[in-house]
Each structure stands twice: as structure tokens, then as C-alpha cells.
Design a protein. Structure first.
Length: 312
């Protein structure tokens, strides 16, 4: 990302969650804050960029209902189902973790995630730590204040660039309690970091979290980065995010993810590709389409004694 600017992909995913919440008759999550956290000026700029990429006929049709241009673009974007499902999956896993007594929640690369504003009932006993790039986090805190909201002391914001700073050191600057079981999420981030930076963060999760701590994270199949992958459903989106300064850099091989995690002392509990993600939630009657098969969401645990594939 451009160092001095908030992440544009964080703003887009925030809008996607809100759009799903208000447009799907059976939404997988209720996120009324997604729109409010993105400044109107940014939404106007997004609309201008969308219109600029259209041919003259498509632009003329779109301008008949200019207020819907951004929504229509997001609704047809291939990344929207994955953005929504990953948030629902993570919060389902977090709810189960709280039942087992986990009381710390760390959002790595939190972006404009609105969990701290929605605070479902199961989160009452959680201490929440949001970690993100300073520019993105500054925007989020500013927008929360402009919306007239104040957050309890149990919510901690930690500005950090994890491409250049270790997660262990970042958490050491906060009231984070080492040695306690913790739930971590790391959604939509790994593609923007090098493999070494990703492995370092995974290793830090295992270091910070006591045995029994859990991590939900997303990744893209490394095959997406190989020559000949230009027909992938992700292809157009990767071009767009590269143009705005947030290029995709790396993925993981699903056939090797078990060993990759074991090398950093994490154990894979579950790994769903895009098809399996859709299968998990299609019974909820959502109108969401299927995420690209190359998108994965994984649940990992610190410690031993759990067989691969056995989820609690």
C-alpha cells in the first residue's frame, strides 16, 4: 500500500460487508457500520474510477442512476462472497473460542472491520486488540469519533507496519497478556506480504499465544502467481489493486500448508477452499455466489494433541 494513505482495499471490503448486510435477504452478517466508516469523499473517488474504466455507452447507462454505480460494481465483484464469508467464518470460530474461555481477541490487519462497534453479546468479556498500518488505523479512529462513538478501555488500537515490525514486539507495546489463550484473525492480508513476512507473522502468533490459542487466516493458492493463471477469476481484481498500490505478492500451496504451519509450531485444524466455503454457508439461503476456488480460509491452533481435520 501507499505508506501515507489508508488502505483502499480495506475501504472496499468494508463497503462490501455493509452492502451485503443491506441487500441480501438472508445476510450472513449484520454490518451497518461498513458504509459509515468509509468517508463520502472516498466513495465518490471510487465511483469516479469505476466510471472512468467504462466505455462511453456503459458510462451513459450508469449515469442514469449515479447513486447505484458503486453498489452495482461491488455486487458483481468476484471478491465479495469471499469477503463476507471469511468474516462470518471468523466470528463463528471466535464465538466457539469464547465458550471455551478465550478472552483475548487480536485482529491482525484489522482494516475497517466493525466488530468493535457491533460487539455481539458473546464478546462482552473480550479484550480486543486491533493492529493495522498507522494511516488506515488513523482513518478508522477518526471515523469512529465522527460517528459519535466511544469505545471501552477493553478495545486497544496498535498502529504497526507488520511488513517491517514483528508481531511479538507490536503486542509488547500493549496490555496484551502473554501466556493466555488468545484468538487471532488475519483476513485478506497474506497476499500483500512476502512469504517470509507471512511465515514470521505465523511464527509470532505461535509465540504470543498460549497452547490452545487459535488463528483464522486467509490465503490464496500459490498457483495463482504462476504463469498461465491469467484466466483466474481473481485476475481482473489483482490488476486493479496493483494499480492502486496494493499488489498481490504471495500465496501458499494448499498441499504444503500443513507443513508450513508445523514449521512455525501451528497445527492446521481446517482449510476450506472457495467451494467448501460456499458449501458451509449456502444452507443459510444467502444469495452470495461461490468465491473463487483458489481462495482459502484456514483455522490453526497453537499446541499439539489435535488430529488434522478434527475441529474441536
Amino acid at each position: 500500500m501507499i505508506e501515507s494513505l489508508p488502505s483502499r482495499t480495506a475501504m472496499v471490503t468494508s463497503l462490501m460487508r455493509a452492502l451485503h448486510s443491506r441487500s441480501d435477504p438472508f445476510p450472513l452478517l449484520d454490518d451497518p457500520w461498513g458504509d459509515r466508516l468509509v468517508p463520502e469523499s472516498e466513495r465518490e473517488r471510487m465511483t469516479e474510477r469505476i466510471l472512468a474504466r467504462m466505455d462511453s455507452d456503459a458510462r451513459a447507462r450508469a449515469l442514469r442512476t449515479p447513486a447505484s454505480v458503486l453498489d452495482e460494481f461491488l455486487l458483481t465483484n468476484t471478491t465479495l462472497p469471499g469477503v463476507v464469508i471469511r468474516s462470518r467464518y471468523a466470528e463463528d470460530a471466535l464465538r466457539e473460542a469464547t465458550i471455551r474461555g478465550i478472552s483475548q481477541y487480536v485482529l491482525i490487519g484489522a482494516g475497517l472491520d466493525s466488530f468493535v462497534l457491533r460487539r455481539p453479546a458473546f464478546s462482552d468479556g473480550l479484550t480486543i486488540f486491533e493492529i493495522d498500518h498507522p494511516a488506515t488505523q488513523t482513518l478508522k479512529i477518526q471515523r469512529i469519533k465522527e460517528c459519535g462513538m466511544s469505545l471501552p478501555p477493553s478495545v486497544q488500537f496498535i498502529a504497526a507496519d507488520l511488513a517491517n515490525e514483528d508481531l511479538v514486539a507490536v503486542l509488547a507495546r500493549s496490555p496484551f497478556r502473554t501466556g493466555e489463550k488468545t484468538f487471532f484473525t488475519w483476513l485478506g492480508v497474506t497476499v500483500y506480504l512476502t512469504r517470509n513476512a507471512n511465515l514470521a507473522t505465523l511464527r509470532a502468533v505461535a509465540t504470543c499465544g498460549a497452547p490452545g490459542s487459535e488463528l483464522v487466516f486467509t490465503y490464496v493458492d500459490q498457483a495463482e502467481f504462476a504463469q498461465g493463471a491469467s484466466r483466474s477469476p481473481h485476475n481482473e481484481n489483482t490488476k486493479v489493486v496493483a494499480q492502486i498500490g496494493e499488489p498481490w505478492i504471495s500465496g501458499f500451496n494448499p498441499d504444503e500448508i500443513v507443513n508450513d504451519l508445523a514449521c512455525v509450531e501451528l497445527e492446521l485444524i481446517e482449510d476450506l477452499d472457495g467451494k467448501a466455503m460456499w458449501e458451509r454457508y449456502r444452507g443459510a439461503n444467502t444469495t452470495l455466489g461461490q468465491p473463487p476456488a483458489s481462495l482459502h480460509i484456514a483455522l490453526a491452533r497453537v499446541g499439539k494433541g489435535q488430529r488434522i481435520g478434527e475441529r474441536r
